[in-house]
Write a new protein. Structure first.
Length: 187
């Protein structure tokens, strides 16, 4: 097993064991999904470090998407902002704008990946990816969120097995799936 695959496996396993430990203690399976953005950032940085010889545009785009998503993370915003600033933040469109930028940049990252690696992907796959991102942001259906990261995870697994950065999409899908399961279980 390569180190990128190990990292993804251990990150997901750690969160699941954390939830299982809480379930055994408190009869409630809870995952710390606000921390998922930090894990995604650490994963991207580690993948950059492991493959620093080929830092391509799609990797940088994905990294900036993670930074935009992290900038609206509730743990981070509550740690640095005062109550008045948090009220302003939640009353403004800044959170929605940052989320829109993150999803747009991630979709561009997938598109640039296909272009830079000369993958034989039809234009309809990248169009579908942008449409899934738009549906996630506008529909209000939480269960659509993992589909946005599932499409690149499957297509890049089928088309480009040598590229190790594809595991970041696998981690993204696993974290999105765990977030959706937690959100659907509490509502």
């Amino acid at each position: 097993m390569i180190k990128e695959k190990k990292f993804v496996f251990l990150a997901v396993l750690t969160f699941l064991l954390y939830g299982l430990g809480l379930y055994m203690d408190y009869d409630s399976f809870i995952l710390p999904f606000p921390l998922f953005d930090f894990v995604l950032l650490i994963a991207v940085l580690r993948f950059f470090f492991w493959d620093s010889s080929s830092l391509k545009t799609y990797k940088w785009l994905y990294f900036f998407g993670v930074l935009f998503k992290l900038s609206i993370n509730p743990v981070l915003t509550e740690a640095i902002l005062s109550n008045n600033q948090l009220d302003f933040l939640h009353g403004s469109l800044l959170i929605d704008s940052m989320l829109l930028m993150a999803y747009g940049i991630w979709a561009l990252s997938f598109t640039f990946w296909c272009i830079q690696n000369k993958l034989a992907m039809g234009w309809y796959w990248t169009t579908l990816h942008f449409i899934l991102g738009a549906l996630v942001l506008t529909s209000g259906y939480v269960w659509l969120t993992p589909l946005f990261s599932l499409l690149p995870a499957i297509l890049l697994y089928v088309k480009n097995r040598e590229e190790k950065f594809r595991y970041i999409w696998h981690l993204h899908f696993a974290l999105d799936t765990m977030t959706v399961i937690m959100l659907l279980s509490i509502s």
